[in-house]
Design a protein around this ligand. Structure first.
Ligand SMILES: Cc1cc2nc3c(=O)[nH]c(=O)nc-3n(C[C@H](O)[C@H](O)[C@H](O)COP(=O)(O)OP(=O)(O)OC[C@H]3O[C@@H](n4cnc5c(N)ncnc54)[C@H](O)[C@@H]3O)c2cc1C
Length: 481
């Protein structure tokens, strides 16, 4: 199908996957999603329309936003009469964000299944830099809806808006220089100041340094890490006690900016109670963004599979289409099966979260680990299958997918940390029982229960190692569904 980017396709006659409707092109995704959405209701036509948007206009904008000279840069902006460091995005990136925000928030009352299906489809366009801010915004919306004060809830209309001149996106500033995994070691300090707080310290990885941030800080004189809301500007428009120190040079998700931020007495509002910051962070924020990361990885893997299949059907070697060569056919079959397992496990996780079921506590972290790992593998397989063209930036999105896929494996918690969370959840009898009910007859079910029993005797170091195996088996069980 001809699009304005075809001039970059270096093989005459090969149209690739640009311009395809990714909803129409993915029968397995449609089967999983449609079984859960009201057939004939408004969501299916909306998903079809969105699939066309991602393959067409959105995909084109994202490609354009990654051309040389178009990536975000650190410039300056006028804030309350002062010139301060600020990120500048190209118009294509801003338009892509607006289109996505409209699809995610423009229609009120979308179910979790609809939002997650939109998230998977949007990641077919291969851009964690655009979908990450939306995932963080969704986490912040949920947190404010459940735990915000009336004043904090006043931010919600702006967070849900798709009007570029008015809308806000949320950032999550948690990780510090001394390490992101152990959040309780945070050194940023919060000091009470009247009905608010003042923050001092450095946040080391701040993606999406937009207008409103949820951040962690240790309450002065206590071991408690609280969760705080920080606006970039004060009510009078002046900068709110912070400085952007530097924009990081990152190898993936380059469509967005990740910066370092120094709090210099920034005014902050506490969310919930001071001693429950870590619980709120995991339950309200990270559980949402981890599900989004799994959905993003699934979208990346799905696009990679489509790229491999499309190329293999077109490319001829030794007089026949390479898809018909037994070794290529076997590799494609393995890729399809892997992706189908990812799809099934992912929707089992979405079902559990939507139902508030106990097994969700284990499924969300294990999906983040196992789906993101498999996405990296599938993208690499697709690149190898496509051959030299698999690593050409202007031929397909595979390079960008590969760069972003490793980031999905790291952010929102590395594998050992999340395996620990999943295994800890499985050690709770009500979570284990609910989880094994997913598929009692599975050969993995007995093995998982035996390992949980055995784990009571493991040392902490052993747990770190063996939790990874346990989570691998638990994933296989979820993917068997
Ligand atoms: C592109 C990008 C954007 C990001 N954006 C944000 C953002 O917007 N906001 C934010 O807060 N953070 C962000 N992060 C940070 C990210 O969440 C952290 O990098 C991640 O949580 C890991 O923290 P760390 O890098 O400090 O590694 P560390 O915590 O220092 O870990 C280093 C290694 O030690 C291992 N390890 C640590 N503890 C254990 C343990 N108990 N058992 C076994 N192994 C262990 C880890 O698995 C890892 O392999 C971003 C990261 C990237 C790459």
């Amino acid at each position: 199908m001809a699009t304005e980017t075809d001039e970059n396709a270096v093989l005459p006659g090969y149209a690739g996957t640009r311009g395809l409707n990714f909803w129409e092109a993915d029968a397995d995704l449609r089967d999983e999603a449609e079984a859960r959405l009201s057939c004939g209701g408004p969501s299916i036509p909306a998903l079809r329309e969105f699939g066309g948007l991602v393959g067409g206009r959105l995909g084109g904008l994202i490609e354009a936003a990654h051309k040389t000279g178009k990536l975000p840069r650190l410039g300056t902006a006028e804030l309350g009469g002062a010139r301060v460091p600020a990120i500048e995005y190209c118009p294509e990136q801003l338009e892509a964000r607006r289109l996505l925000a409209r699809a995610m928030y423009g229609r009120p009352g979308l179910s979790l299944h609809e939002r997650m299906t939109l998230a998977v489809l949007s990641n077919y366009a291969g851009e964690g830099g655009i979908t990450c801010p939306l995932a963080m915004t969704e986490g912040l919306i949920g947190l404010l809806e459940t735990r915000g004060t009336p004043a904090q809830k006043a931010w919600l209309p702006k967070l849900r808006s798709d009007d570029p001149d008015w809308a806000l996106t949320g950032g999550q500033f948690v990780t510090e220089r001394q390490g992101g995994s152990n959040v309780s070691a945070n050194e940023t300090v919060a000091v009470p100041d009247g009905d608010a707080w003042r923050l001092t310290g450095t946040k080391w990885f701040c993606s999406n340094p937009g207008e409103l941030w949820v951040t962690t800080a240790k309450v002065e004189g206590t071991p408690h890490v609280g969760l705080f809301l920080v606006a970039r500007r004060l009510a009078d428009g002046r900068p709110n006690g912070h400085r952007i120190l530097r924009k990081k040079e990152i190898g993936g998700t380059r469509g967005k900016a990740t910066v370092e931020v120094e709090y210099e007495g920034a005014r902050a509002e506490l969310i919930g109670r001071a001693r429950e910051g870590l619980v709120l962070l995991v339950d309200e924020i990270l559980s949402v963004s981890r599900l989004h990361v799994a959905g993003a990885a699934l979208g990346f893997a799905s696009r990679a599979l489509l790229e491999a299949e499309t190329f293999a059907a077109w490319r001829v070697a030794y007089g026949r289409a390479i898809k018909d060569m037994p070794s290529v056919a076997a590799r494609l079959k393995r890729m399809r099966l892997t992706r189908r397992g990812m799809l099934r496990a992912f929707y089992a996780g979405v079902d559990a979260v939507a139902a508030g079921a106990p097994e969700a506590e284990a499924l969300v972290p294990l999906l983040k680990v196992e789906v993101s790992k498999r996405a990296t593998f599938l993208i690499r397989e697709a690149q190898l299958l496509v051959g030299g063209h698999g690593i050409l930036d202007d031929f397909s999105p595979l390079n960008r997918l590969a760069d972003d896929a490793i980031v999905n494996e790291i952010w929102e918690g590395t594998h050992p940390i999340l395996c620990g969370h999943a295994a800890k959840a499985l050690r709770r009898p009500r979570v284990l029982d609910a989880f094994l009910k997913l598929r009692r007859a599975s050969p993995y079910a007995g093995e998982i229960r035996a390992r949980i029993e055995a784990s009571r005797r493991w040392s902490d170091d052993e747990k770190n190692l063996k939790d990874e195996d346990l989570v691998g088996q638990a994933y296989e069980l979820a993917a068997e569904l």
